[in-house]
Design a binder for this molecule. Structure first.
Ligand SMILES: C[S@@+](CC[C@H](N)C(=O)[O-])C[C@H]1O[C@@H](n2cnc3c(N)ncnc32)[C@H](O)[C@@H]1O
Length: 289
């Protein structure tokens, strides 16, 4: 696969595609690749060292699974009229959820969409998913979204962005939020869910620890990590300034058992924000019969 050459973030999508396979998530096996397995082994080794240095750091596999399944939980809960998943990568959520018939649109950069189609095309099961009329895979850029072209104005929408914000600087995040909020506002409204990532400081300071953590930070910078130190309060303020009417925060540490998340013995610190925006008109799909 050449996505990683054209788009360094493609590497991270390869990594997460393997995390979904490790977690036995339905349909994740459709996106199995040899390059994904190689990336997964390398990154897992780096994180093992990093976790030894920062014992408080979220265990990466449990963290990813909690993040992914918490978003699935909110998706079921919101039961939107349509889903727009930004930066969908090699996630199998669209392949799973579109089985129910609701419109589901996945958007990612052109090489990733091309790779995803190719991977689905390898098997009969994948080709059947590709052929679903309610599942669309669209090449696009989250920094330049045309919401009016992406959402059906007559249906409430849930916009999902998983594993994306840590690669966007704060100004780009704010622009994206405004675009999404205004797009939802012009149509039937809905919500936007995304994860927010914060660094954990080193808990074993010392020359070796500092050197390893510097190497890891350098690698994270190379794949595009942007430090974002905003508090939850600041995030909520910024989301409201972008045009969202109400913001909810969900933390894995409060929900692991209540939402029956896997690996409950591995505490994680995933933070999801769910920002709601009323629409111009009430969605017909939510009106009482
Ligand atoms: C860490 S992966 C997450 C993939 C998927 N959401 C998941 O959780 O498995 C980040 C994804 O963001 C996509 N991406 C990065 N920059 C983007 C942009 N400007 N527009 C659209 N997608 C982008 C990458 O191609 C990659 O698929």
């Amino acid at each position: 696969m050449t996505t990683s050459e054209k788009n360094p973030l493609g590497v991270t999508a390869l990594y997460t595609s393997q995390a979904w396979i490790q977690g036995s998530l339905p349909e994740a096996d459709l996106f199995d690749t040899r390059s994904g397995r190689t990336v997964y082994q390398g990154v897992t080794a780096i994180y093992r060292v990093a976790r030894w240095l920062r014992p408080g750091m979220t265990p990466i596999l449990a963290g990813l699974l909690h993040r992914h399944l918490m978003i699935d939980h909110l998706l079921e809960d919101q039961d939107p009229g349509q889903v727009l998943e930004l930066a969908a990568g090699l996630s199998a959520r669209g392949a799973r959820y579109s089985a129910g018939g609701a419109p589901y649109m996945e958007l990612d950069l052109p090489p990733m969409i091309e790779a995803k189609r190719r991977l689905l095309g390898r098997s009969l099961r994948g080709r059947k998913i590709l052929a679903r009329p309610n599942l669309q895979m669209v090449a696009g850029d989250v920094t330049n979204l045309d919401m009016d072209a992406l959402v059906d104005p007559k249906r409430s929408a849930l916009v999902i962005a998983e594993g994306l914000h840590m690669y966007l600087d704060v100004a780009t995040q704010r622009r994206l939020w405004r675009t999404v909020a205004e797009g939802l506002g012009r149509s039937a409204g809905g919500a936007f869910v995304f994860d927010h990532f914060r660094h954990t400081p080193s808990q074993r300071p010392g020359p070796i620890s500092d050197a390893v953590l510097r190497t890891m930070s350098g690698w994270q910078r190379r794949i595009g990590f942007r430090p974002d130190r905003r508090s939850n309060k600041a995030l909520v303020r910024d989301l409201r300034a972008a045009g969202f009417h109400r913001v909810e925060i969900f933390r894995s540490r409060d929900l692991t058992r209540r939402w029956a998340l896997p690996r409950p013995g591995e505490p994680t610190d995933i933070v999801l924000l769910l920002a709601h925006r009323d629409g111009a008109t009430p969605p017909p799909d939510s009106r009482p019969a």
